[in-house]
Design a protein around this ligand. Structure first.
Ligand SMILES: [Zn+2]
Length: 235
């Protein structure tokens, strides 16, 4: 898990999710002990296997080194609420934060948004401040509900998926989707946006983001990382 989470962190760094030392990726411990989470104090691009910690379901550090992210509650509460979710990304990517601040629904301007919508990505707007308690983490999990992502208005994104590979892939395409929509809206205004209708978007989700396509996309993201070959290429 340490190898996979650290590889995922580096993929996020290389694809629009770096925000200095903030943002995190987690994975459910296969043995049920808790959550494997990137440590605090380092950027996504700096994370190696030794920088991934094991936290208990109470947020206690069971293994690993360094400080624990204050917002670990997001990961623990989403993973606690959703047995089908195995990995969670929380980050502060610019285009997604900007789109959330417009109040516009996410629309399929290209392929990417169809990974999420329809229906629209839910919004957490109780606070734009840090998710620093288990209660707030549980509220975020409640907003996500059965969906695979939420926008935290004036804050960032959460992507919840069935594997590290899918969570990271989802986070990458979510940011691309938001950027494309902002570009289109900037050019013609929200009222003149041309986007795929729901039926087409759902068909594209099956075709463009089948399990095989997502796996191939993830493998490309890992191959394209700077530096020596990373874990996860063959997964
Ligand atoms: Zn945050």
């Amino acid at each position: 898990m340490r190898e996979l989470v650290s590889t995922g962190c580096r993929v996020l760094a290389a694809n629009g999710h770096s925000d200095l030392v903030w943002g995190h990726l987690s994975a459910r411990d296969p043995d049920g002990r808790g959550v494997w989470l990137k440590r605090a104090g380092l950027g996504f691009d700096e994370i190696g296997p030794d920088d991934v910690q094991l936290l208990s379901w109470d947020g206690e550090l069971l293994a690993g080194q360094g400080p624990v992210h204050l917002e670990h509650h997001i990961h623990i509460e989403v993973l606690r609420a959703r047995r089908d979710v195995a990995a969670v990304v929380h980050s502060h990517p610019e285009a997604a934060v900007a789109l959330a601040a417009t109040g516009l629904a996410l629309q399929p301007v290209g392929h990417e948004a169809t990974f999420f919508t329809p229906p629209d990505v839910p919004r957490f707007d109780r606070t734009g401040d840090l998710i620093r308690t288990s209660e707030l983490g549980a509220e975020v999990a409640g907003v996500i509900g059965p969906h695979n992502a939420a926008l935290l208005v004036n804050h960032g994104v959460v992507v919840a998926e069935s594997s590290v590979e899918r969570a990271v892939f989802g986070a990458v395409v979510l940011e691309k989707a938001c950027r494309a929509q902002l570009l289109a809206v900037s050019a013609v205004g929200a009222d003149r946006l041309i986007a795929s209708p729901d039926e087409e978007a759902l068909a594209k989700r099956e075709r463009c983001y089948s399990a095989r396509q997502v796996s191939l996309g993830w493998q490309y993201l890992v191959r394209s990382l700077p530096g020596p070959a990373a874990a996860g290429v063959t997964s």
